[in-house]
Ligand binder design. Structure first.
Ligand SMILES: C[S@@+](CC[C@H](N)C(=O)[O-])C[C@H]1O[C@@H](n2cnc3c(N)ncnc32)[C@H](O)[C@@H]1O
Length: 307
């Protein structure tokens, strides 16, 4: 039997409330996961409303196939969200949409299944791919990457201050025996770092960095945000929930850059801008963070497409 825990959807009501401006509109959930946001969106759409989900994970696709059978307003694309707008056109949705949302990162089922290799808490194959049908796994990459490349990834994507020591340890270890298990990577980190933060597992930053790198997550976000400019109709909403500062910085800058008018020679604003910021950044309240610790780091930002 497949171990398939559920995913505790973060900022569900807040995201859906902000996203939907017309119950008869067409919407996109770029990160289907286990359909927490998708089901909430469908519950607020009327009979003419339409929702297209995206996810590059095969188990998310299985869950989405069940939902598509139950609700004809929903369809699903098993692909990366970076090209969501172009993919819609090739799936027959040729008009710009009323809203698109992204709930970034990994789902609880991905994290909690040892076989996916995302977690330092469980021993499993060192995989970390959201789409296991393509690209190198973490083990494949760590077997061939230069020490300097590993150091750079750990430093840039994990903000790991012991990046140099950890990279050196990984390279020394793979000369004896390849790293194939999550526990091999944890052992390298633990052996490399001189002191431990009592509040954080020592491999937290290393796992985050390698996961972001293997799945090219930051590039995916940048590309997906760019697609909103061509595929969101005037008045349509973009809603993004991020879980760490590297993701949030990209979203914040994108919204700021496209909602700030340029200046002419005299310093007067020259418009129009492509986007307008909607409200302030929102965080989960105390009740949600008490029941779902993952919500603690969540931050939601939204913008509206201008005419
Ligand atoms: C935090 S979960 C979403 C959970 C979902 N909102 C729910 O309530 O069930 C993120 C999901 O996005 C998917 N994902 C992350 N990056 C992706 C990308 N670039 N393209 C497509 N799917 C992606 C992951 O596979 C994962 O299933």
């Amino acid at each position: 039997m497949i171990f398939d825990p559920t995913h505790d959807t973060v900022l569900k009501d807040e995201a859906v409330e902000c996203l939907i401006t017309d119950p008869a509109g067409t919407y996109v959930d770029g990160t289907y996961g286990r359909g927490g946001h998708s089901r909430a969106i469908l519950s607020r759409l009327g009979p003419e409303g339409r929702l297209v989900g995206f996810d590059r994970d095969a188990e998310a696709a299985q869950d989405a196939a069940r939902l598509a059978k139950q609700d004809s307003r929903f369809s699903f694309v098993n692909a990366a969200f970076s090209g969501w707008g172009d993919a819609l056109v090739s799936h027959g949705v040729t008009e710009p949409v009323h809203g698109v949302m992204f709930d970034l990162g990994v789902s609880s089922p991905q994290l909690d299944q040892a076989e996916r290799g995302f977690s330092f808490r469980f021993d499993g194959p060192l995989d970390m791919r959201m789409d296991q049908s393509s690209g190198p796994s973490a083990a494949d990459w760590l077997a061939v990457a230069d020490e300097e490349e590993i150091r750079e990834v750990l430093f840039r994507l994990g903000e790991e201050r012991f990046a140099r020591r950890i990279a050196a340890r990984i390279v020394a270890r793979r000369e004896e025996k390849p790293l194939t298990r999550t526990s091999d990577l944890v052992d390298c980190v633990v052996a490399a770092i001189p002191r431990r933060d009592p509040n954080k597992h020592p491999a937290t930053r290393t796992f985050q960095a390698i996961r972001l790198y293997i799945n090219q997550e930051l590039d995916q976000i940048g590309a997906a945000l760019e697609q909103t400019l061509g595929h969101l109709r005037p008045g349509g909403r973009l809603v993004v929930i991020s879980f760490h500062s590297l993701e949030d910085r990209i979203v914040k800058r994108f919204i700021r850059d496209h909602s700030t008018p340029g200046k002419d020679f005299f310093g007067n604003p020259v418009g129009p801008t492509a986007l307008k910021k909607v409200g302030k950044a929102i965080r989960a309240d105390a009740a949600e963070t008490a029941s779902n610790p993952r919500a603690r780091s969540a931050i939601m930002r939204a913008a509206e497409r201008m005419a």
